[in-house]
Design a protein around this ligand. Structure first.
Ligand code: SAH
Ligand code: SF4
Ligand code: F3S
Length: 439
């Protein structure tokens, strides 16, 4: 019999991309990965509900799958991830083309759920409530080819309850993975050719090894010791928990890259308090400062929300001031989106989104200028690039990143993938830099 194929479409954050890898690993005995949905016998959507738009995307994509199902009646369509965790049965009621729904803590059950659907013909919704382990923790390593970079989840869930955020509702309470298991997975990946590992969690600073009680800095140094690993990153570090210890570890551990994603969300203390972020702007800036003192070349990126309930023009301008002060390499900025079940969704907002319509593009313009100035400053510099493969538009160039997380394109042999190259930066572009290999 011809081996059947599965296609998993991933939305949202790196946590979901990690879970998708695990889904492929759980089903690898039975299904080969399909390169396009059209050739798959099973299509799963690993969904994100962080903003309303993300959620809508899922429903519109499901609509477009109806013809696929008409052409191939045996096709199994499944919805998992954060929308599934929140909506559950509603998805089955609302979307007749969906066969199975599974929650964020159920990915180990996927092979069984698919089998049950095929055997019984019943539509299935399986959502575990909060569990005391990291989903996918027991999954085997994927048999498929690995790229030079990989993700490893170290902690699931979130206990911070920022007032706008749905993550605690869809990912559950914080649970750390045993360090022994993280190290085994990371070493396994490195022995299969992975050169760079990113440790994942909604707040990696909350990590506590359940076996020894040791924290994130200890874990970071143990992963740093893995022979053959070249680079180590982590995401996300919550600014309220970012510590001197971590800054020192970043400075002292040779593989930890000189880049940190430190989401600030807003530049006004009033808004930060309403968001329940647990820091003020000046506390945030002190942390940036202590980091830059220890690692002068460090680059920062951030996330920002524009139009939080009650945010006024003066608050917004403080965010613009903060951007000019910190000079982030990159900022991911979003219009505030009210999420069901969160506290912010109940807050009064006399100003309303209409009056703030121009704020997001205004903020992006300020940040784009800073990014572009920083890119121009890179011209003429020699950097170390870990080659990840061909660039995404396939212009015949290679693509990689510097340790400080600049994206670099340059001509070269595909055999350089997975290797580090010394590159001279020749030109700066909007999103990336261009250069040529010098050794
Ligand atoms: N754990 C990370 C963020 C995870 S969500 C942290 O605490 O920083 C990724 C980003 O989505 C957030 O940083 C925030 O900027 C954005 N976000 C979350 N909820 C949102 C909402 N309701 N509306 C708009 N943006 C939101
Ligand atoms: Fe959401 Fe806040 Fe947790 Fe980040 S720290 S996932 S923004 S609740
Ligand atoms: Fe989205 Fe869930 Fe991640 S809501 S951002 S996929 S944790």
């Amino acid at each position: 019999m011809e081996t059947e194929k599965i296609f998993v479409k991933t939305f949202g954050c790196q946590m979901n991309f990690y879970d998708t890898e695990k889904i492929y690993a759980y089903v690898q005995d039975r299904y080969l990965p399909a390169s396009v949905p059209e050739e798959a016998d099973v299509i799963l959507l690993n969904t994100c509900s962080i903003r309303e738009k993300a959620e809508q995307k899922v429903y519109s994509l499901l609509g477009r799958m109806v013809p696929l199902k008409e052409r191939k009646p045996g096709l199994v369509i499944g919805v998992g991830g954060c929308v599934a965790q929140q909506e559950g049965e509603t998805i089955l009621q609302r979307c007749p083309m969906v066969d199975i729904v599974f929650g964020t803590h159920n990915i180990d059950e996927i092979p069984d759920i698919i089998q049950e659907r095929l055997r019984t013909g019943r539509r299935i919704c399986r959502i575990r409530e909060d569990v005391q382990r990291v989903p996918g923790d027991q999954a085997p390593l994927s048999a498929g080819p690995l790229g030079p970079t990989a993700l490893v989840t170290i902690i699931k869930g979130c206990d911070n309850w920022c007032s706008y955020c749905i993550v605690p509702l869809v990912r559950g309470r914080e649970v750390s993975r045993p360090a022994a298991r993280i190290l085994a997975e990371a070493s396994g990946l490195v022995s299969k050719g992975v050169r760079e590992i990113t440790l994942l969690g909604q707040n990696v600073n909350s990590y506590r090894d359940p076996d020894t009680g040791k924290g994130f800095v200890d874990l970071l140094s143990r992963v740093n010791d893995i022979e053959g690993l070249e680079r180590l990153r982590f995401v996300t570090s919550h600014p309220k928990d970012f510590s001197v210890d971590l800054a020192e570890a970043m400075a002292g551990l040779s593989k930890v890259c000189e880049h940190i994603h430190l989401p600030v969300q807003a530049g006004s203390d009033r808004v930060l308090a309403a968001m329940k972020r647990g820091y003020t702007v000046s506390q945030y800036l002190q942390k940036v400062d202590l980091l830059r003192k220890r690692i002068p070349e460090v680059e920062l990126s951030t996330d920002l929300i524009v139009g939080f309930p009650g945010e006024g023009r003066e608050d917004f301008e403080k965010t613009l001031d903060l951007l000019r002060e910190v000079r982030y390499q990159n900022a991911f900025s979003f219009r505030y989106s009210p999420r069901p079940g969160t506290r912010a969704a109940l807050m009064e907002d006399p100003i309303g989104p209409l009056l703030r319509k121009s704020w997001l593009p205004e903020l992006q313009q300020v940040q784009n200028r800073i990014t572009s100035e920083k890119h121009t400053m890179m011209e003429g510099k020699e950097v170390e690039v870990l080659v990840e493969g061909s660039d995404r538009k396939d212009t015949g160039l290679l693509e990689g990143r510097t340790r400080t997380n600049y994206i670099v394109h340059f001509p070269g042999e595909k055999t350089l993938a997975g290797k580090t190259a010394k590159v001279l930066i020749l030109r700066s572009r909007t999103i990336h830099l261009e250069g040529k290999v010098i050794t």
